[in-house]
Design a protein around this ligand. Structure first.
Ligand code: 4AD
Ligand code: MG
Length: 477
């Protein structure tokens, strides 16, 4: 039986078997108490092993980190820490763990240390809770869109297009890098590369999702995304997961409504299905916060913050309005921001986003209608010819969690913009044909999955919400 099931069992005095990893063993010469966990829940089951029933050598091998199977009787616990426990009749060591060498001793380890032990960190309370929540969120994403009649679309991971135009792509090739074939003009000859052209890992599945939406009506992708931006921050990964819905006939307002409903749904799903993990992480966060100076502590606990986001409407304002607020803000006037906002065209840095979300509105904020110069080519041009129909959803502690837009569905306008931005139209002939044949207004967005997990779990570093993080200079495991 899984420990989760056992702990919910009402009928005691039954024979059961359980397998799991030993968290701790304590006790006396007469009796040992083993805290066992199998990953099904944050809670351990207590195994009671009477010395008289077991070989002393066997008991000695039951150390922290070892894996055991236990047969015994489920009984009401005599101790106060738990309702039930297992009185063991047979114990087998499936895999020992040398007590001297096993890195995860039963004490508090730093997250940095555990990142180096990513192969073992699933066995800690914190990481098992985080990865159970990651699963719950995956499930919630699929359920949300399935219930709304969206179709999941698998878009290619290998691509020849830099759809975001940021030039942050990992090139892939089967050419021998030591002996690159050259053309007569001395350039690398991609004609004889594997795909007959220069290819890379995808930075988005959006352009293909748009093609899907313009036939299937509403689709969503959920896949790995690769970006070689060299930003070693607590919010960036080189390999992350993104969810990109794309909806035919939707305008920017409908797009924002969907994004807001989607985020609230995912958070509610975790509250409904992972209450114990959230309770644990909430307590963990309180402990962490208490180490900070008073003025650095957040005003809300984890659970409180999740509830707050579900219960409140997100604030919606245009980029121009945001710039006005920021320009007149105290940190801008007193030059406290690292980047001073001087007017239309300024990029919003995370310090500005956090000011709006955490200081000014104290709520999630959606900023719309950004200057065309700081956004991708595919966004729909507004009538002012200066701004595009874009939206960024900003969350407390996280900053940008979603980026999206209404798409430019008008062929002439799209071509004009591509020309302005020097984007090769021949390569994107298929994208342009979607505007030539049966085009229609449509919108979509991309949610950074790990940023959502950070928000829900309260983890402060994105490396701690993906099993095996990929970041600059790091591809271990
Ligand atoms: O804002 P971005 O770049 O938008 C797109 O890729 C669009 N194609 C989405 C769409 O309209 N279909 O990325 C979307 C989100 C960001 O808001 C952020 O949450 C996340 O993806 N993101 C990252 N997450 C982790 N590490 C990175 N390096 C990220 N870059 C973006
Ligand atoms: Mg963005």
């Amino acid at each position: 039986m899984k420990i989760k099931e056992i702990l919910q069992t009402e009928g005691v005095e039954q024979e059961i078997s359980v397998k799991g990893w030993v968290r701790t063993r304590r006790g006396s010469k007469r009796v040992s108490f083993i805290a066992l966990n199998d990953g099904s829940t944050i809670n351990n089951i207590q195994i009671v092993a009477e010395a008289a029933d077991f070989d002393e050598e066997l008991i000695k091998q039951i150390t922290t980190g070892s894996c055991i199977s236990v047969d015994g009787k489920l009984v009401a616990s005599k101790g106060s820490g738990q309702a039930v426990e297992i009185l063991a009749s047979t114990i087998n060591i499936l895999g020992g763990a040398d007590a001297e060498e096993y890195p995860l001793q039963p004490k508090k380890h730093s997250l940095e240390f555990l990142r180096e032990k990513a192969h073992l960190r699933f066995r800690t309370n914190t990481f098992s809770a985080v990865f159970r929540l990651r699963h719950a969120l995956t499930f919630a994403v699929h359920k949300f869109f399935n219930d709304k009649g969206f179709f999941n679309l698998h878009t290619p991971i290998i691509t020849s297009i830099d759809a975001e135009g940021a030039g942050e792509m990992f090139q892939i090739t089967s050419l021998d890098l030591e002996k690159l074939p050259k053309t007569k003009r001395g350039e690398v000859d991609y004609d004889i590369d594997f795909f007959g052209k220069k290819t890379s890992l995808a930075v988005t599945g959006q352009l293909e999702a748009e093609l899907g939406a313009l036939g299937l009506g509403q689709v969503y992708t959920f896949g790995p995304t690769f970006r070689s931006e060299n930003s070693n921050t607590s919010r960036h990964l080189s390999e992350f997961w993104m969810i990109e819905p794309e909806i035919a006939f939707a305008d920017l307002t409908q797009n924002m409504d969907l994004a807001e409903e989607f985020l609230k749904y995912c958070i509610q799903y975790c509250i409904d299905h992972n209450a114990e993990d959230l309770k644990f992480l909430d307590a963990r966060m309180v402990e962490e916060e208490n180490k900070l100076k008073k003025e650095e502590r957040s005003e809300m606990g984890l659970l409180e913050r999740l509830q707050f986001v579900i219960e409140n409407d997100f604030v919606r304002l245009t980029y121009r309005e945001a710039i006005d607020i920021l320009r007149n803000s105290n940190p801008n006037k007193k030059k406290k921001f690292n980047y001073i906002i001087d007017g239309f065209g300024s990029e919003l840095q995370s310090e500005h986003e956090r000011y709006l979300v955490e200081k000014k509105f104290k709520k999630p904020v959606i900023i719309t209608d950004y200057p065309k110069g700081i956004k991708a080519f595919y966004m729909r041009m507004n009538d002012d010819n200066q701004t595009v129909s874009a939206m960024d959803v900003l969350f407390p502690l996280i900053g940008e969690i979603i980026g999206g837009s209404q798409r430019e569905e008008r062929l002439d306008k799209l071509q004009a913009r591509m020309q302005e931005m020097e984007i090769c139209q021949e390569k994107l002939w298929w994208y342009l044909e979607s505007r030539k044949f049966g085009s229609c207004p449509h919108s979509g967005f991309g949610l950074g999955f790990e940023r959502l997990i950070m928000f829900v779990t309260g983890m402060k570093n994105i490396r701690d919400v993906i099993p095996f993080p990929r970041t600059p200079q790091n591809a271990e495991f």
